[in-house]
Write a protein that binds this ligand. Sequence first.
Ligand code: AMP
Ligand code: MG
Length: 404
Amino acid sequence: MIDVKEAQQIILSTVRVQPAEECGLSEACGRVLAEDLASPISMPLFDNSAMDGYALRSCDVAAATEDNPVYLTLSGEVAAGDGVESGMMLQPHHAAQIFTGAMVPAGADAVIRQEDVTAEETKITIKRAVKLNENIRFMGEEIRHGDKVLTAGTRLSPAGVGVLASLGQTSISVFSRPRVGILVTGSEIVGATADLRPGKIFDSNSFALAAALRELDIPVTFQKTCIDDRETLQRELIDGLNQTDVLLVTGGVSVGKYDFVKETAAKVGIEELFWRVKQKPGKPIFFGATTDRTKLFFGLPGNPASVLVSFYEYVRPALLSAMGMRGPFLTATIATLKNDFSKRVGLTHFLKGNLASDGTVEILERQGSHMMSSFARANCLVVLGEAVNDLAKGDKVEVHLLAV
Ligand code: AMP
Ligand code: MG
């Protein structure tokens, strides 16, 4: 049995990054840039005002005080969107009314806020000095033409999409997404519309996995349920592998008489890369790949909480790294425990937790791997390492945020 870190390392070293493709900007959120982006323009594009106010020459008002006000003659107005005529020059002892985002006219070297002046029809009164460059946002002060703005491997957030739009990009090169399949196994599993005869249970794993994949905007190209039967399973695995780059199988991966997933995976060309990790839940997790590593195979233990923990800790990082993302793991942080907790040493525990805005985390009731209700109320996993046993309220613990 290997530990969590080794398992994650094996996965990352097995994943192949998908080829790049072009993607329209409105579909780009969550995608990973396949190339560095050098800015085709400067940002800001031109010197502009940070305030609604008056553009002036700072030297004209250097001596202004409450008792010794300075008067400037008003000469026109520049609104956002107005182009300042080339050759237009603000004359000494003049000011131009200006609005946020409007071009600063030549000759002006500062903007005073409108709240700080008394304005009349043709002149303004100023009672304080204005610093050189005050309230001017300079061309290129954030990004200069040619600067590297975003690098390959960056997963685009809404802000990233906004930056690309501000630079006039309409499409970008991203890594394509792997096609993912879900095969839930178990002769007890039925769909919600079937009648629930004794011994049967509703399938929840395929729904939870499909929802998790939808959050990542990853296409599910194969989704089926399969009974615990060697021949049927073999057919479905072949079918599933043909239609996907990553196949997620749930159930049937432990040591029970009807657990056929591992042996059948081997029959259809999947090489075992690990089986069983020192963790709870999800100890019997299986990971394999075709010999050319073009197809990945996860055998997730069937208990619903094991499935989702395995998804967040292993499958999600594998998918994001196949999509070219640097640092594909859940964001980790340290939180203060709200309740006492005991575990045995030997396994890493992933516990459903609720992290509050004050940095305290509660380990929720009902942690059994067959129990999903606590997961539905959790916003993080509390991760207790193999060596941890008794913990008291106030102790610091590692948490992994269940973010998209
Ligand atoms: P297994 O890994 O096949 O031994 O299954 C472990 C437990 O998970 C059993 O109690 C199964 O009934 C349950 N289980 C397996 N697949 C599903 C599923 N798709 N939805 C809900 N529970 C499942
Ligand atoms: Mg089973």
